[in-house]
Ligand binder design. Structure first.
Ligand code: UD1
Ligand code: CA
Length: 454
C-alpha cells in the first residue's frame, strides 16, 4: 500500500525560549524537522505532509526545496485536531504514518516494522514503550487477552491506569480509510478539552480493527524534545551512535564523547581521530588519515596517509595523499593540494591549487594562486590578491623558491625554477630560473652612535 507520512509540527516550543520555532532547532547541525523529513524519504513515502502552526512561514521557507505538503493548524486543539487538518490532503487509499517534528531520531527499521505490521491495511499499529516512570504519557490499556483497547492520557487516568507502564509514543500507522472515518468523530470532552488522536484507538477496538504494537530497539528513538536540556541530551545520544558506527567500521576514535559529526563521513582503513574533532557536511577520508585535536573539517576530501595536526580548519578543500596540514592551518574553499604538500602553522589558503611536494610551512596567505610542484613558499609570504575592487591571480611555476616575507602583488607570474629574495615585494613577472630581489638596499653607517639620555 502507498505510504503517506504526516508530521505534526504545530507546537510552539515555548520552553525552547528561542525565536527559532522548535522544529527548526538544530540537532547535528540540521533542523529537528529535517531529520524527520529524511526518515520519511528513506521510507519512500508517496507523500509527506507537515502540519504547521507557530512560526510556520519560516519553517515552510526552510523546506521550500523539498517536495512536501503543508497543512496549517492555526490554533492548537490537540493531536487529533492536528491530523484532521491533514485529512483533506490524504488519499482515501493507502496508509498514513504519523510522526512528530520534535521526535528526530526514530530509526527507519523500527518504523518499517510498524508499517509491515499493518501490512495490507487490515489493522492499525502504534509504537509503545515500557517505562519505569511513565508520568506525563498516555497509557496503553489492554484487555484480559492482552489486546489494546484504548489509550488514556495522564490527566484523564484513574489511579489504576496511572500504574500502567506501557506508554503511547504517539507514532501511529493507520489505513487511510479508517482515518477518514474516525477523525471526524473525535470529541473534546476530556480533562484538557482537546481532540485527542489517541481516541481513535478505542474507535478501532469498537470497530473490531486489530491493533498491533511495535517497540523501538532503543528508547531514544521515541524521545521528544521540549527544551534545550533535552536537545543537548539527544544530541549526545546521536553523536554517540555515530561515533560507535565509525568505531565498528574500524576508525580509532580516541574519545567518542568528544567527536561531532554534523553530516556524513566516509573513510578508508586505519583512520585515527583525536579529541574535539568536528565534521560537517560531506567529509571523505582516505586510509591511514590522522586527525589531531580540535580540527574542524567541512565538505572536504582527504587523501590517504594525510596528517592533519591540531587546530586546523578545512572547508571545501581537497587534500592529496601524503599531505601534512597544520598545526593551526586554515584551508578555505577552493583549496586543492597535490600529493605530499605541506601547509604548516598559521598558513591560510583560498582558491589555491598547489602541486605535488610544495611547501608553505609557516605564516603565509595564499589566495587565488596557482602553484606548481616542488615549490617552497618562505615564511610570511602573502599573495596580495585584492586591489580593493577585484581579485587577481598569482602563478608560481614548478620548483620556484619564494623567499621569506615576500609580497606577491597579483596579477603576477613567477617562472619555473625562479627565486625571489627575502623581503621582496614582487609586482612584475619573474622569468624562469632567474633571481628577483625587490627591496630597498641596506645602508650600513660606520661610526654612528646611539643618542644619549638627557
Ligand atoms: C501526546 C499523546 C500521548 C503520548 C505523548 C507522547 C495525545 C492526545 N497524547 O501527548 O498519549 O504519550 O504525545 O509524547 O495524542 N501537536 C500539534 N498540534 C496540536 C497538539 C500537538 O501539532 O494541537 C504536536 C506537538 O507539536 C508535538 C506533538 O503533537 O510535536 C505532541 O504534542 P504534545 O502536546 O507534546 O503531546 P501530548 O498531547 O502531551
Ligand atoms: Ca498536549
Amino acid at each position: 500500500m502507498s505510504l503517506n507520512v504526516v508530521i505534526l509540527a504545530a507546537g510552539k516550543g515555548t520552553r525552547m525560549k528561542s525565536v527559532l520555532p522548535k522544529v527548526m532547532q538544530p540537532l547535528a547541525g540540521q533542523p529537528l524537522l529535517r531529520h524527520v523529513v529524511k526518515t520519511a524519504q528513506r521510507l519512500r513515502a508517496a507523500s509527506t505532509l507537515v502540519v504547521y502552526g507557530h512560526g510556520g512561514d519560516d519553517v515552510r521557507r526552510a523546506f521550500a526545496a523539498d517536495e512536501l505538503l503543508w497543512a496549517e493548524q492555526a490554533e492548537q486543539k490537540g493531536t487529533g485536531h492536528a491530523v484532521q487538518m491533514a485529512l483533506p490532503q490524504l488519499p482515501v487509499e493507502g496508509l498514513t504514518l504519523i510522526l512528530y517534528g520534535d521526535v528526530p531520531l526514530t530509526q527507519v527499521g523500527t518504523l518499517q516494522q510498524l508499517i509491515d505490521a499493518v501490512g495490507d491495511g487490515n489493522c492499525m499499529g502504534l509504537i509503545t514503550l515500557e517505562m519505569d516512570n511513565p508520568t506525563g504519557y498516555g497509557r496503553i490499556v489492554r484487555n484480559a487477552h492482552g489486546e489494546v483497547i484504548r489509550i488514556v492520557e495522564q490527566k484523564d487516568a484513574t489511579a489504576d491506569e496511572l500504574a500502567l507502564r506501557e506508554i503511547n509514543t504517539g507514532i501511529f500507522c493507520v489505513p487511510n480509510t479508517w482515518l477518514h472515518r474516525w477523525l471526524p468523530q473525535l470529541q473534546n470532552n476530556n480533562a484538557q478539552g482537546e481532540y485527542y488522536l489517541t481516541d481513535i484507538i478505542a474507535m478501532a477496538a469498537a470497530d473490531g480493527v486489530a491493533i498491533a504494537t511495535v517497540q523501538p530497539a532503543f528508547s531514544w528513538e521515541v524521545d521528544g524534545i521540549n527544551d534545550k536540556l533535552q536537545l543537548a541530551a539527544l544530541e549526545r545520544v546521536h553523536q554517540r551512535v555515530q561515533a560507535e558506527a565509525l568505531m565498528r567500521a574500524g576508525v580509532t576514535v580516541i574519545d567518542p564523547a568528544r567527536l561531532d559529526i554534523r553530516g556524513h563521513v566516509t573513510h578508508g582503513m586505519d583512520v585515527h581521530i583525536e579529541p574535539n574533532v568536528i565534521f560537517e557536511g560531506r567529509v571523505q577520508l582516505g586510509s591511514n588519515v590522522r586527525i589531531g585535536a580540535n580540527c574542524q573539517l567541512k565538505d572536504c576530501s582527504i587523501g590517504d596517509n594525510v596528517i592533519i595536526k591540531p587546530n586546523s580548519l578545512i572547508d571545501e578543500a581537497t587534500v592529496g595523499a601524503g599531505a601534512e596540514i597544520g598545526p593551526f592551518a586554515r584551508l578555505r574553499p577552493g583549496t586543492v593540494l597535490g600529493e605530499n604538500v605541506h601547509v604548516g602553522n598559521f598558513v591560510e589558503t583560498k582558491k589555491a591549487v598547489i602541486g605535488e611536494g610544495s611547501k608553505a610551512n609557516h605564516l603565509a596567505y595564499l589566495g587565488d594562486a596557482n602553484i606548481g610542484s616542488g615549490v617552497n613558499i618562505g615564511a610570511g609570504t602573502i599573495t596580495c590578491n585584492y586591489d580593493g575592487v577585484n581579485k587577481h591571480q598569482t602563478s608560481i611555476g614548478d620548483d620556484a623558491f619564494i623567499g621569506t616575507n615576500n609580497s606577491l602583488v597579483a596579477p603576477v607570474t613567477i617562472g619555473k625554477g625562479a627565486t625571489t629574495g627575502a623581503g621582496s615585494t614582487i609586482s612584475k613577472n619573474v622569468p624562469d630560473d632567474m633571481l628577483a630581489v625587490a627591496r630597498a638596499k641596506q645602508v650600513t653607517i660606520d661610526g654612528w652612535s646611539r643618542p644619549e639620555k638627557k
